[in-house]
Design a protein around this ligand. Structure first.
Ligand code: ZN
Ligand code: ZN
Ligand code: FE
Length: 763
């Protein structure tokens, strides 16, 4: 006796070939009924013998398409209709969107083969894609994910594409961005008044790059600025025009063999480079890397990625096949990445010598993601293209929350049920343009996922732009606002990504550049006991004065002098940090420190790295964020077998980690001519041992065995490895970031979880 069952499948089930899979399965088993998309996921009605339906259901669960992620399948029995055929039905848009939006996917192997197959009708077509690859998040305007609701809506399918789209046995069955040279988007090259299309556009772009010109390339989530990375003059011109003097530039190269000429590949690096997300991977640069020094001046790392769109593969073919290209975000200094053709012309016109445009609109801007490799796996530095908007799964249901993050590397977070949607990287929210990009992305996310926040979370810092924005936004909607301490949020983010219940107490170590403290000081070397929704400041780096705020962040020599002053060490002329500070500035600084004018106390670990780097002559001025720390870590990686310097942990609540003994020892080491690399490594080890000593004391006092490592300083893999290994050797469980960044790019997740739990605790 035939039965009919209705299924609701939720998770990542749209844009990943799920309906064709269901269709083919039903045909194979002789099941009647239909399948379709709606805003909650996929709905199926299936009719057949009970045993056949059981088998259908079982295969649905165990053999979904490779990119699908099933969150749940609900089943109910409904009256049979006597249906024998199976159909794919129209999408339905009603109801609240709860389906997951897929992230953009790098070109699959099948499409890559066709791209370079002269007999294929999509031979050398820059927009080839299929159900298993291509643009998703960046072209989706609304759900359900169907072509009319993407930026491909304007391209009417040709007969052959329409036939492929409708053929359940075809790899492009219901591939929403399907396109071909007849009906799809096109590229063109523009230089001044001259314009070239198709193959000529690709050739002109390659010639332009080879000639040392800068070309703005329209990509997947925005424009890149590209140039020949071997050409020092070209790279310098790009830096000068973009007003980006020293911050490292990312590279794109054709394949792994070329990557190996640029960088060393630690275990796990290849897999990350080749992963479908195709992030930029920061890797140790080889001394003989064939790129201009100006690509990443003084930097021990190079950021490298492999091609991820067909257009990239075509550009890096032929005359450019051995050429590493600089591929940096198409923006001016810290503005958002340009995504529209007109916008690029307006903003990049005096940076780029030429443009490679295309006419597939980008709906959502999305920068490249960046990761480091820690113990063979990704340590996220920037979570964006390829990862966003897939949710971080939470351990429990939360009310709907909007968390606005910090000030630098801004991202926001929306929660819904057990999902936390962290936005793509938006940038430093200090200018109007970036704040607009923030709002634009927020509106898109709330509409896409149908989230209606019941509470708004922000940082405790009274002057963060995001906080002011959150205050106004919450007030206009009469929503409660929860201000979360910066380091509490960092620790909560790491716990949340590991699926830990925040109500379980743990030790959290947050090492960071900054973070507004409850006492008004600048916190950044913190050991917290997070207990329930509150935290206790259990230990911190001893305070030193931060003379004049931002100016000392840009000039590490000022931090070195402040640390010396706090330790009672005279500013002797033989010290590099003293020499680096102009005489007049030194005089003013001394007065400032004596009188305590504009000298907020700080426990910042980031500033301690600055101080040590300048103390031993490694870096006196930071051209980009954390430059001193990056260079110090790079030096430490060249040394082996060093020992810790002395340090002290002073009693009290909180405990204080005293670095004065270490500073004396560093000076002594420096004065006898010890290699900077040895001093750098000893400094890393000392910091790790001091934190281990604190954790051992806290374990005794509080019976806690889990230690969470977060804050921007934990992008440093040397420190992370020494600390994690030390803790593990003493039996601690250590949690590090794997999914969201330890820096402020992950902050919103922690804010959201804390605010959500507070609200649900209150009601
Ligand atoms: Zn494909
Ligand atoms: Zn076509
Ligand atoms: Fe932070």
């Amino acid at each position: 006796m035939a039965q009919r069952r209705r299924y609701r499948v939720s998770g990542v089930v749209q844009g990943v070939g799920f309906r064709p899979f269901v269709f083919q399965l039903a045909q194979r088993l002789g099941v009647g009924g239909h399948v379709g998309n709606d805003s909650a996921g996929v709905f199926i009605e299936a009719e057949g013998e009970p045993a056949t339906l059981d088998q259908f259901e079982c295969l649905l669960r165990v053999q979904p398409p490779p990119l699908a992620r099933i969150a749940s399948i609900q089943v109910e029995r409904i009256p049979p209709l006597g249906e024998r055929d199976f159909r794919i039905v129209e999408s339905r848009a009603e109801g609240r969107a709860t389906t997951l939006v897929p992230a953009d996917l790098s070109l699959c192997d099948d499409c890559l083969r066709e791209l370079f197959d002269p007999s294929d009708r999509r031979y050398r077509y820059p927009f080839i894609n299929c159900t298993h690859c291509g643009p998703r998040f960046t072209i989706i305007q609304a759900l359900p994910y169907d072509r009319p609701l993407t930026t491909m809506a304007a391209f009417a399918l040709c007969e052959r594409c329409a036939a492929e789209y409708a053929d359940p046995s075809n790899r492009r069955f219901h591939a929403q961005p399907i396109a071909c040279p007849t009906c799809g988007p096109r590229v063109w090259f523009e230089k001044g008044a001259r314009r070239f299309e198709g193959e000529a556009a690709l050739q002109r772009t390659q010639a332009s790059l080879l000639a040392g010109e800068i070309v703005a390339l329209k990509g997947l989530g925005g424009f890149h600025l590209a140039c020949d990375a071997r050409n020092d003059a070209a790279v310098r011109a790009l830096r000068q025009r973009k007003a980006r003097p020293t911050k490292p530039l990312a590279l794109m190269v054709r394949d792994l063999s070329l990557v190996r000429r640029l960088v060393d590949l630690p275990e796990g690096a290849e897999a990350l480079l080749l992963s479908r997300e195709r992030p930029i991977v920061l890797l140790p640069r080889r001394a003989d890397a064939p790129v201009a020094e100006s690509v990443a001046p003084g930097n021990p790392l190079l950021g490298v990625m492999l091609p991820y769109t067909p257009l990239h593969y075509l550009l890096l073919d032929g005359v450019l096949e051995d050429v590493p290209l600089v591929m940096t975000s198409g923006n001016r200094s810290e503005s958002p990445i340009a995504k529209d053709n007109a916008e690029a012309q307006a903003h990049l016109g005096d940076i780029a010598d030429a443009f490679l445009f295309h006419d597939r609109p980008i709906h959502t801007r999305c920068d490249d993601s960046v990761v480091r490799v820690f113990r063979g796996l990704a340590l996220p530095v920037r979570r964006s293209r390829g990862y966003v908007p897939l949710p971080v799964m939470l351990p429990s249901l939360l009310p709907e929350v909007l968390a606005v993050g910090g000030e630098l590397k801004a991202t926001f977070c929306l929660t819904q049920g057990e999902c936390a949607y962290l936005s793509q990287h938006i940038g430093d929210v200090e200018n109007i343009e970036t704040l607009q990009a923030f709002e634009e992305a927020l509106v898109h996310f709330t509409q896409l996922f149908g989230v209606q926040p019941q509470v708004v979370a922000c940082d405790l810092h009274p002057n963060y732009h995001t906080r002011r924005w959150a205050e106004a936004w919450a007030k206009a909607r009469a929503l409660p606002l929860v201000a979360v301490q910066h380091h509490h949020a960092h620790i909560a983010a790491c716990l949340a990504e590991h699926g830990r219940d925040l109500r379980q107490p743990a030790i959290g170590i947050s090492l960071d550049g900054t973070g507004y403290g409850e006492d008004g000081a600048v916190w950044g070397g913190e050991v917290l006991i997070v207990d329930g929704l509150r935290f206790e400041r259990a230990a911190h780096l001893a305070y030193v004065p931060l003379p004049g705020g931002d100016v000392s962040v840009r000039r590490p020599y000022r931090m070195a002098l402040a640390h010396l002053w706090a330790a009672g060490v005279p500013w002797d002329d033989d010290l590099p940090c003293v020499q680096a500070c102009p005489l007049e500035e030194r005089r003013v600084l001394a007065q400032q420190l004596e009188r305590g004018v504009h000298c907020a106390p700080t426990s910042s670990a980031g500033r301690l790295f600055d101080a040590v780097a300048s103390l031993i002559g490694v870096c006196h001025r930071a051209g980009y964020e954390a430059q001193a720390a990056v260079e110090l870590e790079g030096l430490a990686q060249q040394a082996t077998g060093a020992e810790a310097y002395p340090f002290a942990v002073r009693d009290g609540r909180p405990l204080r980690i005293e670095v004065v003994p270490m500073l004396h020892a560093i000076l002594a080491d420096f004065r006898i001519g010890t290699y900077p690399s040895i001093i750098a490594l000893r400094f890393h080890i000392t910091l790790a041992q001091a934190l281990l000593a604190v954790c051992l004391r806290l374990r005794d006092a509080h019976a806690l065995n889990t230690v969470v490592l977060s804050g921007g300083v934990f992008q440093n893999v040397v420190l992370t490895e020494h600390l994690a290994a030390g803790l593990e050797s003493r039996g601690f469980e250590v949690l590090t970031h794997r999914c969201v960044p330890p820096n402020d790019g992950g902050l919103a997740l922690g804010q959201a979880v804390i605010a959500g739990l507070r609200l649900s605790g209150a009601t």
